[in-house]
Design a protein around this ligand. Structure first.
Ligand SMILES: Cc1cc2nc3c(=O)[nH]c(=O)nc-3n(C[C@H](O)[C@H](O)[C@H](O)COP(=O)(O)OP(=O)(O)OC[C@H]3O[C@@H](n4cnc5c(N)ncnc54)[C@H](O)[C@@H]3O)c2cc1C
Ligand code: SF4
Ligand code: SF4
Length: 244
């Protein structure tokens, strides 16, 4: 078994999916969508998509090879991942820029790095996360300081950061040729796994437009199921206090 069926059996049904949205972004047939934080396959249009593209789903297996919850099985992929590891010394830093200080989670380093990248035209946009009207974090592509500030701070529930990459044409039409992205370590691991496939097989993947990535420190993230089950007006929520 391989392809989406393998993801379903080994990752989704076993509840270890981190809802990064990477499988949806890499699928060349656009079979997979993220619905309620879970990857689902478009079975209804499967045969139509397959005959139109001339490809059969399980031929490619990219979703499996790039999923952060499946151990890499190829020597070359392990080697690339080894190479991508950071082996420098840890450093502590804090922003000196007041507008970021006021809204950031900790030292504001992440938002400050993104501001620098945008100010110096090193990227066209940044994939950050913001709450939607149901207090669920959603990935958004931003390009201005104001938008960056409104996305600062941590949301401790899952955000499917790669979902915007599923529609690469739309991103490029909007002028996003070089993007920075921020995510939890498992999410950035998905990026590195995907880039390793690209380097080896020279495949067309949307991740090529990601030129800068920030991995956040993370001990775990919460499912927003609890929040969804609470019957309150989510639009009136002004903040969260997470205690572990
Ligand atoms: C799920 C989660 C768990 C974490 N667990 C820990 C922990 O256990 N211990 C610890 O020391 N630090 C943890 N962190 C990291 C910490 O909360 C800060 O994000 C980090 O210290 C950076 O601070 P900052 O002030 O530089 O970030 P800021 O300048 O405030 O920028 C944070 C950036 O992260 C983005 N972001 C927010 N929520 C998410 C999300 N869910 N997914 C993807 N991007 C997001 C924002 O859009 C923003 O761009 C966690 C973060 C997350 C998202
Ligand atoms: S195997 Fe390929 S075509 Fe099938 S769901 Fe995975 S990425 Fe898409
Ligand atoms: S790639 Fe991400 S969203 Fe897709 S099955 Fe794996 S962990 Fe879940």
């Amino acid at each position: 078994m391989n392809g989406y069926d393998q993801l379903l059996e080994e990752v989704i049904d076993t509840d270890i999916c981190v809802s990064c949205g990477n499988c949806a972004a890499v699928c060349p047939l656009q079979y997979i969508s993220i619905v309620d934080n879970k990857p689902v396959q478009d079975t209804q249009n499967k045969s139509e998509i397959e005959s139109r593209s001339g490809l059969a789903c399980n031929d490619c297996n990219i979703c499996v090879m790039s999923c952060p919850r499946i151990e890499p099985s190829y020597f070359w992929q392990k080697k690339e991942l080894e190479r991508a590891k950071y082996d420098g010394k840890p450093k502590a830093a804090r922003t000196t820029y007041q507008p970021i200080k006021k809204v950031c989670q900790d030292g504001g380093v992440v938002t400050t790095i993104f501001k620098y990248l945008l100010d110096n035209n090193l990227v066209d946009g940044v994939v950050v996360s913001q709450y939607n009207e149901n207090c669920a974090p959603v990935p958004v592509v931003v390009a201005t300081e104001e938008e960056l500030l409104s996305a600062a701070g941590s949301r401790y529930t899952v955000s499917s950061i790669y979902s915007p990459l599923a529609d690469l044409k739309k991103l490029k039409d909007k002028g996003y040729e070089r993007l920075a992205i921020v995510g939890t370590p498992c999410q950035i691991y998905a990026l590195r796994k995907t880039q390793a496939i690209y380097n080896r097989r020279n495949m067309l993947i949307p991740h090529n437009i990601i030129t800068f990535a920030v991995g956040l420190f993370c001990k775990g993230q919460f499912d927003d199921q609890i929040l969804r089950s609470i019957d309150i007006d989510k639009a009136g929520v002004t903040g969260f206090d997470v205690k572990c």
